[in-house]
Write a protein that binds this ligand. Structure first.
Ligand SMILES: *[C@@H]1O[C@H](CO)[C@@H](O)[C@H](O)[C@H]1NC(C)=O
Ligand SMILES: *[C@@H]1O[C@H](CO)[C@@H](O)[C@H](O)[C@H]1NC(C)=O
Ligand SMILES: *[C@@H]1O[C@H](CO)[C@@H](O)[C@H](O)[C@H]1NC(C)=O
Ligand SMILES: *[C@@H]1O[C@H](CO)[C@@H](O)[C@H](O)[C@H]1NC(C)=O
Ligand SMILES: *[C@@H]1O[C@H](CO)[C@@H](O)[C@H](O)[C@H]1NC(C)=O
Ligand SMILES: *[C@@H]1O[C@H](CO)[C@@H](O)[C@H](O)[C@H]1NC(C)=O
Ligand SMILES: [Zn+2]
Length: 316
């Protein structure tokens, strides 16, 4: 019930829709559907309002000098005293220019290279969901609530401020919440300052919305190298990638079917293969897949934090 009250009190800011168009999400229409059938314990969640609804708190104004949530590429804020010393300003590479990287950069997206502290494997078979919260997330939450299983979510700061009530529901339900950056950029393409901004703004959004300060982060597109790792580590963030890809995003263009995915999961489950499953909670069909996969692998309170250490804390 607490969530319902928060949702009703949320104020609406007047920020242009265009700057909040997220290219990796399905197109949003500006209708006011509700999905009250899927999460009755939290009250109706407004669907398809694609502009920030989380309050911009005073403490954040005090740090940043801003009064509203930024777009996909938030500014680096002078005065947060991030220590840039010893972090090289490159070399930069884009998703199209892996040919310019060297092995000493230890790039995950180019070379599947994993840093000594990165988490890529798990002694359990666990589900992780990227790119939420979205209007489809509550359907997944509702199912997990019924079965008592916890999941791991790597959330985008910009989605958190657009769907704060969904993010609060994820937290209320006790799921493991970590950062997927603010605006889903390929971090190795960015300057040090812009990487810091992507990580800090995601933490600020999660903290402002549900009091969560993440300790783990997953780089969008798996884009991480030693430069990005150094910056993340100074912000107290440990990298979590994945080793078992469901390729659930291919459900959208039907190049992969639900049956293909379930067959693969059954094969892994039957062979007792452990690892970190990559999934998404940003389309209804990938949420449907997540629910069925949960019925196959669901394992109570085991989350991505348990891949490091059974007693690891989830948040800072
Ligand atoms: C979207 O809907 C809201 C609520 O009805 C309205 O205030 C807003 O102007 C709409 N935005 C656009 C771009 O149509
Ligand atoms: C932040 O500091 C840099 C370097 O000192 C300066 O170039 C930039 O203009 C400053 N930005 C703001 C918004 O004050
Ligand atoms: C910044 O980091 C460098 C390298 O780790 C360290 O030597 C230096 O003392 C740090 N500076 C501050 C002000 O913390
Ligand atoms: C790397 O690939 C890009 C894009 O295909 C190309 O423009 C560039 O010349 C290549 N660089 C090297 C050093 O091969
Ligand atoms: C988290 O939010 C509190 C206010 O609720 C603030 O005092 C604190 O500095 C924030 N911490 C971070 C890391 O953003
Ligand atoms: C689940 O694990 C987390 C992290 O170890 C712990 O904080 C939480 O109390 C556990 N919840 C239950 C229901 O066991
Ligand atoms: Zn993503």
């Amino acid at each position: 019930m607490k969530i319902t009250v928060l949702a009703v009190l949320t104020t609406f800011c007047s920020v242009s829709m265009a700057s909040f168009h997220a290219p990796w999400s399905r197109p949003f229409t500006n209708t006011s559907n509700t999905i009250s059938d899927s999460l009755s314990c939290f009250g109706p969640v407004q669907k398809d309002f694609y502009y920030p609804r989380a309050n911009f708190p005073k403490w954040l104004s005090d740090i940043t000098g801003l009064h509203r949530w930024p777009g996909l590429s938030p500014p680096y804020v002078n005065g947060t005293n991030f220590n840039f010393s010893g972090i090289p300003e490159g070399p930069l590479y884009t998703q199209q220019s892996c040919n310019v990287t060297s092995h000493s950069q230890c790039s995950f997206d180019c070379d599947l290279c994993v840093g000594p502290k990165d988490i890529r494997h798990c002694n359990y078979l666990i589900q992780t969901f990227d790119d939420g919260p979205t209007p489809d997330t509550p359907t997944l939450l509702h199912h997990l609530h019924k079965t008592g299983n916890k999941a791991s979510f790597f959330v985008l700061g910009i989605q958190v401020v657009v769907y704060p009530d969904v993010f609060r529901a994820m937290h209320y339900e006790g799921h493991f919440l970590a950062s997927h950056t603010y605006g889903h950029r390929h971090l190795p393409s960015l300057s040090n300052r812009d990487i810091v901004a992507q990580l800090q703004w995601a933490t600020w959004a999660m903290n402002a919305t549900a009091g969560v300060i993440p300790k783990y982060f997953r780089p969008p597109f798996g884009g991480v190298d030693n430069r990005v790792r150094m910056i993340a580590e100074r912000l107290g963030l440990t990298v979590i990638v994945w080793d078992l890809d469901t390729n659930d995003w291919k459900l959208t263009d039907q190049s992969r079917t639900l049956v293909d995915i379930f067959d693969q999961i059954q094969v892994w489950k039957t062979a007792n293969i452990h690892g970190i499953l990559l999934e998404h909670d940003n389309t209804m069909i990938s949420v449907d897949a997540g629910i069925e996969i949960s019925n196959i692998v669901g394992n109570g309170n085991i989350t991505a934090a348990n891949c490091k250490d059974d007693s690891a804390a989830w948040y800072g």
